[in-house]
Design a protein around this ligand. Structure first.
Ligand SMILES: O=C(O)CCC(=O)C(=O)O
Ligand SMILES: [Fe+2]
Length: 717
């Protein structure tokens, strides 16, 4: 059989993620390459592939010399770190024989490293014209002839060496050297990403779809691919699917490779983790961010904490957290706004701090990254990759913490599968060129290179971009996983910390977080068909709607604003300037919160209204009068602690109790005169909803002690 007579060689001095992938792809097809140069200092120049691969060719020459007289022996030589096999050796050999060459090189669109040689190249009718030395196959005698054609130095450029041989017409003809112009066998990826597609089709056996690389320009399916030059990320992208990294039956096959299991390990044996938290910007819902970190299911006696807080606004949040919880962790290192340490430095410091603490795992989390899944840390460690991020997205948006592709200048570009990944229509493990906001790093990487290689610091460049660019340079793969849901990203864009209670204003930008904090935990129960609606008086309904936190925040917003109305009939805030039944109040628009409130009415109140007052639809609900009433008990007769009987100018009115009867105040309540029915036992965060006109003539009852706050809206006046 032909394949017994082929030698497969590569050169690699050390293990890298790319080398592991090369070996994995080889073993997928039972190819057993011989590795030359392993464990040696690289002697082929600074860039590991080229220029300066003379040493590679010398190693190959030495390896082939024992086979010199073996006229029928073939040799397949490829780079290692940036090559993937997509087919079996006998198929590779078959395609080689079809070309009639004695040596076949892969081709590429660039005349490199010496563009001046372009005119010396034979013209081609179709395909790429220039030689690339990263992949070739040939008969041993001819390959040895090629390698002996001239003296080679370690530092020489291997591609130039092979190019000169090819451009020597007599030599080319004698040795029958050809280029694989149209990618029948070899595909160099640099500059041709637009010709390459991932296709899926059933295997010969039938019942499973697998992925293949297709060159759609030449309609070929090359079976050895090479991420030469700037095309490493194209190769990484393809490597997410081929060879058999994905298929229609098993989904993400590469996800299941190399896993470790922490389940059942005693705490003392689980990896030591440094969790590094970065608060570099004012961020909504920071308390929840910290709590989610604290809720991670991982032994705290194996966790060191590092917190860089650059924002004064968050000092109390961080201090409250550390005062409460720091003791539970092995150590805590805190950098405060007063330390005035810039982000870049803090991030670099945290890497060193991890090593100081003899960490096994570094886990970096930015303040916008909400790790909702408490198993995230454990799952990421078990995935056992050098660098891996949990996929985090802005809910309902295309925004995420990874880039699927890179533009030429190293910025964001969208990959074909980006939306499928962001929306988790495809779940798996994705090798991508940029991750941020939350990721773990195996400390073996941090130990293997110092801060001159792995760091965040480059003047005027974003810290994450610098970091990822550094990792790309040393061939470290960055994975993002969406195997399960891990969490989401906060949108900090419109966070106005000059407001009192700024998170209350986040109902639009961070809707889910807003709901989690400010909507009553029992709100969904209002829609449970098994439950009977509470009706304390005829056509007055009673529902839990907002949290205690909401109530306190709204009171705080109003008290901080402080300009309570006088409670007289003259009210310059109203169009007519006259209020027949005045209260001491502050309107929502006075604190810039009316749009938020109207949205709240539409999203949370309207469904309740539609449920109890059947047949009335008014979407969105309109309301001009939205205000918080403060009723102080005073002995002075001119302070009105009650409200005389009246109708509201509304189709329906909502009335939310913001504080606690018999704790914060006594008395108070609302009496519906027509039914001789009062609601006095109001509950904080609960809403009363009743018709405004005709039937529900009502009065506010006397507050007999303390201060009562209620939130009122006259809906659809
Ligand atoms: O005090 C109450 O609960 C009733 C308030 C009221 O009816 C109003 O503000 O229009
Ligand atoms: Fe009223």
């Amino acid at each position: 059989k032909e394949t017994g007579d082929i030698l497969v060689y590569t050169v690699a001095t050390e293990e890298t993620n790319g080398f592991d992938r090369y070996l994995d792809s080889a073993s997928e097809f039972n190819i057993q390459p011989k590795i030359l140069g392993f464990g040696h200092e690289w002697r082929g120049g600074e860039v590991k592939t080229h220029p300066g691969g003379g040493w590679k060719l010398k190693l190959l020459k030495t390896a082939l010399e024992p086979f010199e007289g073996d006229d029928n022996k073939l040799v397949l030589f490829t780079d290692a770190y940036d090559v993937i096999f997509l087919g079996k050796l006998d198929e590779i050999v078959r395609r080689f024989h079809k070309t009639g060459a004695r040596i076949l090189f892969g081709a590429e669109p660039y005349c490199w490293p010496d563009a001046g040689l372009e005119t010396k190249y034979p013209e081609v009718k179709e395909g790429k014209r220039f030689l690339n030395s990263g992949m070739f196959i040939g008969y041993v005698p001819e390959v040895l002839k090629l390698l002996s054609r001239k003296e080679i130095d370690d530092q020489d450029d291997d591609q130039l060496f092979c190019t000169e041989a090819y451009l020597d017409e007599k030599f080319r003809e004698d040795a029958q050297i050809k280029l694989d112009h149209t990618n029948e066998l070899f595909q160099n990826l640099n500059g041709v990403a637009g010709e390459i597609e991932i296709i899926s089709k059933p295997t010969k056996e039938g019942d499973i779809d697998k992925y293949y690389v297709k060159n759609v320009l030449y309609q070929t399916e090359p079976i050895v691919i090479h991420g030469n030059g700037a095309s490493k990320h194209t190769l990484n992208y393809l490597g997410n699917y081929v060879p058999n990294a994905w298929n229609s039956v098993e989904g993400c096959r590469q996800c299941k490779k190399g896993l470790i299991n922490l389940e059942g390990l005693p705490s003392k044996d689980v990896p030591v983790v440094l969790i590094a938290l970065f608060i570099e910007h004012n961020t909504p819902f920071l308390e929840e961010f910290l709590n989610k970190i604290h809720n991670l299911q991982y032994p705290k006696e194996r966790i060191h904490l590092f917190i860089h807080n650059a924002m004064k606004f968050h000092t109390d949040h961080v201090n409250n957290f550390t005062e409460k919880h720091a003791k539970e962790y092995v150590t805590l290192k805190q950098i405060t706004p007063d330390d005035a340490i810039p982000e870049w430095t803090a991030r670099d410091l945290s890497l060193d701090h991890c090593l100081t603490k003899k960490c096994d795992i570094y886990f970096s989390v930015d303040s916008i990254a909400h790790i909702d899944n408490p198993y995230t840390l454990k799952l990421l460690i078990e995935q056992n990759r050098t660098v891996i991020a949990p996929l985090l997205t802005r809910p309902g948006k295309a925004w995420s913490n990874f880039w699927g592709a890179l533009s030429k200048d190293g910025f964001y570009a969208r990959s074909n599968d980006y939306m499928d990944i962001v929306h988790s229509e495809k779940r798996g493990l994705w090798n991508v060129p940029f991750i941020s906001n939350a990721y773990i790093i195996n400390s073996t990487l941090l130990k293997s290179r110092d801060r001159t290689v792995i760091n965040y610091t480059k003047p005027k460049v974003d810290a994450d971009m610098t970091f990822c660019s550094n990792l790309r340079k040393i061939d470290v793969f960055m994975y993002v996983s969406n195997r399960v849901d891990f969490g989401h990203l906060i949108n900090p864009d419109n966070f106005d910390t000059t407001r009192t209670e700024p998170d209350m204003y986040q109902i639009f930008d961070n809707a889910q977080d807003w709901e989690d904090r400010y909507i009553h935990v029992d709100y969904p129960e209002n829609f449970n068909p098994e439950k009977k609606d509470l009706q304390p008086c005829p056509d007055v309904y009673w529902f839990p709607i907002v949290s205690e936190r909401f109530c306190n925040s709204l009171i705080n917003m109003m008290e901080n604003f402080g300009k309570w109305s006088s409670g007289t009939n003259n009210d310059e805030r109203l169009v007519g300037g006259y209020e027949a039944v005045p209260t001491r109040d502050i309107h929502m628009n006075q604190v810039g919160w009316e749009p938020h409130w109207l949205h709240f009415l539409q999203k949370y109140v309207r469904p309740l209204q539609e449920k109890v007052f059947i047949g009335y639809y008014h979407d969105p609900p309109k309301s001009l009068m939205n205000f918080v009433v403060r009723e102080n008990y005073r002995y002075r007769p001119d302070e009105q602690p009650s409200l005389r009987p009246h109708h509201d100018s509304s189709t329906y009115t909502i009335n939310i109790a913001l504080n606690r009867r018999n704790v914060d105040y006594e008395g108070g309540g609302c009496k519906f005169i027509r039914y001789n029915c009062s609601v006095v036992d109001t509950k904080q965060g609960w809403l009363l909803i009743h018709p405004g006109r005709l039937t529900h003539f009502h009065e506010g009852l006397q507050v007999t002690n303390g201060t009562r706050y209620i939130m009122i809206s006259f809906v659809d006046p």
